[in-house]
Design a protein around this ligand. Sequence first.
Ligand code: ZN
Length: 223
Amino acid sequence: MDSGDSDGLAAARVQLVSYSARLLADGLAIGSAGNMSVRARDAVAITPSGISYAEMRPEDVCVVAMDGTELDNGETPSSETPMHLAIYAATNAMAVVHTHSPEVIALSASRPELPAIHYAITGLGGPVRVAPYVRFGSAGLAAAAVGALNGRSAVILRNHGAVTYGRDLAQAYDRALLLEWLARTYRMALSYGEPAALSAADLDEVTAETRRRRYGERRGAPP
Ligand SMILES: [Zn+2]
């Protein structure tokens, strides 16, 4: 398959390999667990199933249509391809990151959501819900993940891991790191007793102020 890179797929393949190495280095997954994808027009580049991140090459990355049809002769696409496609269909996501990171998994087994104990959670849309357990790779898991996203850019999958999305892979990945950091911070707070959480009004205020400052930056206003 060779059509230049007018569709951005070649760039997406390289980017996915580079971020896969980071996934291991940052402790967000081990071996070949977890998976990532990037949307390029009407196709999705997604990491392959069963190839360790340490050995993955750009040509191993799979390409599927939005309905799941495989568009190349490469490896088998990630078992969670249905979940990635369901998120693209339900949101404005341009990249999706699925991790098996320890802090969110520990939380998922014990709590119904990650509460807002730090205002940075506004970067994910607010408190992050834990979706009910459904077997990996199933249409049921895809539906559960989309249902629990609802207004968030992150969802925790009970006894499994987490999913984040963003306007590009860098943003989706940063959100995965943020989510893991928030889960770790929450666990530390729990060691003192029941932590105080920010209210919806507190979070709305942070979101409004963040927007106001971004708007100021675009207009070239002083910090
Ligand atoms: Zn998984």
